[in-house]
Ligand binder design. Sequence first.
Ligand SMILES: *Cc1c(COP(=O)(O)O)cnc(C)c1O
Length: 353
Amino acid sequence: MNAALEIVDLRSDTVSKPTPQMRAAIAEAAVGDDVYSDDPTVNSLEERIAEMFGKEAALFTPTGSLANQLAIRTLVGPGEELICEANSHIARAELGAAAVFSGITTRTWRDERGLLDHENAMSFARPNSGPYLVSTTAIAVENTHNFGGGTVQSLSEISALRKASEPMGMAMHLDGARIWNAHVASGISFAEFGKYFDTISVCLSKGLGAPVGSLMISTKERVSKARIWRKRYGAGMRQIGILAAAGHYALDNHIELLAQDHVKAKQLAKACAQVAPSTINPSHVETNIVGLDLAGSKLTAAEFAAAAKAEGVWVSALGPTYVRLVTHLDVSDSQIQRASEILQKLLQRAFMA
Ligand SMILES: *Cc1c(COP(=O)(O)O)cnc(C)c1O
């Protein structure tokens, strides 16, 4: 690799770095000991986020995985079952945490591009299964769906799932790590998304660009239980107002900017489709994630990622033929231009007859 080459890092929206203005907000943050609930910046962030989603309370956590896990364990008991889409983060990217920490089993259904089909989900649900079969007590929905390609869930499917599952005693959890992107792409308010779920997790460290931080959102009762478990897991933290300040700054300044990430992702998708139409349908790209399917190409996803890296474009290989490109705050227009040219060149080579 040319040492002077500027890297275009499209591996994830987690790689963006705090801006100087965000760092200034961090430096000025009022802080206290959050284990004693004494940190004013954390308290105000928790209240702010709970209110945004129309819920009673929220809890700051270091990661989205922890926010998901704290939420899930308030809904599902040991020996009970959570169901979710097969490619969801909870099923694939949390290293079996629900089983390890909470004795929860997980079963999955499959939706095309992760797009929720409530009938499909309900056909897998087995509530109140008695003394012989595992009972489903909660259903998790991911919005946007990461491995589905940043897809935005349909509100009518979410609402239909709620309508069908609630009378049967099943709870619903929203993995809203990228709910900000879903909001910007759809215009649907956070409170509207929040209405259908008992618990919610959101990440400040993805497209919003904060260095650290997620929140678990729910009723006062569930959040106070989650607070105890957060401490038990060793994630009771002290003067984390410096992190919450980054979150406040991101909510104030970075939600609107996501629209630009979405435009850039669409540009990348169009560039790739132009030379290799089978890899991506640009009309499916609604947010900041572009999932390329390299099936039928001469390169595996890992080989493609290595070739791109050698040219200064970093992408993720997340399956044998699945490559993910993610746009974020630190990707400029000129970088998108350069990445598009390099990806086109590699795709041309990969699909050459
Ligand atoms: C990133 C992400 C999370 C949380 O990830 P952490 O690395 O634990 O913060 C949860 N759900 C989805 C869909 C994600 O993309």
